[in-house]
Design a protein around this ligand. Structure first.
Ligand SMILES: Cc1ncc(COP(=O)(O)O)c(C=O)c1O
Length: 335
């Protein structure tokens, strides 16, 4: 596990990655270390997987939904500013599809209001923002290495911590609060400790870490292939009637876990691609509608617009050039 963590730092520039058993554990542990508790509020977008909101509920805190920019799928900093109140403790920007959020603006707001920033980078391993790798920017960054992520450990995750004290706490709290690496068992066979806070069984196991190390070998090539496919789609799907590409600013790079487009008549689009043997999917719809999060909000116009027409088309390092051409031809043929 240590070797995997060191490789994540050395090869991908992640700061203090603490290997865990899932991305959800990483989000939850970050909120624990940010002292988020009952009655606190955490600002999140609805355009994410339910894990983001569940991590907030695990701390008996309230998720407050901020609107997204419908041209990126990412949380809008101006709406975060509107949602900040006396009980706000943290904000979780989600890098939708692997495209980094406006982190300068989010971190400036957080600094101004004393909030913890926990980047949900489940989709964004390998992305960069203003020249820095995601995982080296905010106080906390949570990654997922779940089965279908572009770096997988079967199931797993990592929490990156900019502050050394957070990293130390994450290392110990991932295994019940016992500092496994820096304590030796006494003659009695048990480590000596006095636990003064709740700890978790969140560590990654060595089998998973070995799978991750193997996967890391060719991760740069696989990421580059995804990025090439992403750029190729952008060039060849420009000006297709009924389809809009998302915005891509040149101060950040996309990890392309997904390639999301906005389409008119989405069901027809999905049916037409399926007839040509091409899978497409929304992957995740807005999460606020779930009763556990309090039901669909009506003050998220950007989210509502995005939710109506977003869909992801295939982007995978296993796609051959002919596959990519087939996707483009099928879309350009209309639906
Ligand atoms: C945006 C987002 N956040 C968090 C998670 C949770 O990651 P994990 O499945 O590793 O717990 C996922 C998983 O797909 C996700 O898509």
């Amino acid at each position: 596990m240590r070797e995997f963590e060191q490789a994540l730092s050395a090869r991908l520039g992640l700061v203090n990655p603490v290997a865990l058993n899932s991305g959800t554990s990483a989000l939850h542990l970050a909120l624990v270390l940010s002292s988020v508790g009952p009655g606190d509020e955490v600002i999140i977008p609805a355009q994410t997987f339910v894990a983001t909101g569940m991590a907030v509920l695990m701390q008996r805190a309230t998720p407050v939904f901020a609107d997204i920019d419908p041209m990126t799928g990412n949380v809008a900093p101006a709406c975060i500013a509107e949602r900040i109140g006396p009980r706000t403790k943290a904000v979780i920007p989600v890098h939708w599809a692997g495209y980094p959020c406006d982190m300068d603006e989010v971190n400036a707001l957080a600094a101004q209001h004393g909030l913890a920033v926990v980047e949900d980078a489940a989709h964004a391993l390998g992305a960069t923002y203003k020249g820095k790798p995601v995982g080296s920017i905010s106080r906390f960054t949570a990654f997922s290495f779940q089965a279908i992520k572009h770096l997988t450990t079967g199931d797993g995750g990592a929490l990156c911590c900019l502050e050394e004290a957070d990293a130390r706490a994450a290392f110990s709290r991932r295994w019940f609060g016992i500092d496994r690496a820096n304590s030796r068992p006494s003659i009695l066979g048990e480590r000596e400790y006095d636990l003064d806070a709740v700890g978790y069984k969140y560590h990654m196991n060595d089998l998973a870490a070995a799978v991750g190390l193997g996967n890391l070998e060719d991760f740069p090539q696989r990421l580059a292939r995804r990025q090439w496919i992403g750029s190729y789609y952008r060039k060849h799907l420009l000006n297709v009637p009924g389809l809009q590409l998302l915005r891509l600013d040149d101060d950040r790079t996309h990890a392309y876990w997904l390639f999301t487009v906005l389409v008119e008549r989405r069901k027809d689009f999905i049916r037409k691609l399926a007839e040509n043997g091409i899978p497409s999917s929304v992957v995740h719809l807005r999460i606020d509608h779930n009763s556990v999060f309090g039901g669909a909000r009506d003050d998220l116009p950007g989210q509502a617009a995005f939710n109506e027409c977003q869909v992801a088309i295939p982007v995978h390092d296993g796609l051959a050039d002919e596959d990519v051409e087939r996707v483009i031809a099928s879309i350009r043929g209309g639906w």
